[in-house]
Design a binder for this molecule. Sequence first.
Ligand SMILES: [Zn+2]
Length: 249
Amino acid sequence: MITTLLQSGYYEQGSSWLSNLTTSEAFFIIIIVAVAGMIVQARLRSVFNKYSNVFLSSGMSGAEVAAKMLRDHNIHDVKITHTSGMLTDHYNPATKTVNLSDAVYSSRSIAAAAVACHECGHAIQHAEGYAPLQLRSALVPIVNFSSSIAQIVIIIGLIMMSISGSSLLCWLGVGMIAMSAIFSIVTLPVEYNASDRALEWLESSRTLRIDEMEGAKTSLRWAARTYLVAALSAIASLLYYITLINRRD
Ligand SMILES: [Zn+2]
């Protein structure tokens, strides 16, 4: 659909596809992405349920696999801790902790090993100064601030526009929403790379057998797709706000 919109806009002289995109078309894109998001989430949960019940031949827990991966990468200052919730696993660069959820920390399943190693992948990125991770961390405070006030800025901007005719404040708000979209795009290489590191190590260290690797790959592939959908969703809402202001400009 985006390609069609792109082409239709591209061939018309003096107007871009973006200025031809209507608010209802942008809203339609948001709905499509939201539906795709629900499908991906459902698939991720079912894949995780499946591989959470397939146990490792080595009998190692998520926490044990994580400790081994960090040791193999000569990382000794990162702690592995236990966090509550489901799919709440994350690496915290501020505290240098790999936080593993209930279903991962003590589970001896293929899904647990895959998730634990993915989080260790982030710890290794941090130790190596992996550039996309550094950029992502630098964006966190900016995005937190801008996303919290962006909608208010746009609403005030729309009022100002109806009074003074100036759309400056509206575009400032759109710039703030664009920060969230940029953040979700920068997140993609960080997440895909952490999964690649996890799978490479699981295979090369023979922590998983060849027949166990497929489950780990499938689990991480579906987890990565949730980040892809999140990025598309951020871009879709950015397009929506742009069309909203273009229409009134
Ligand atoms: Zn991750």
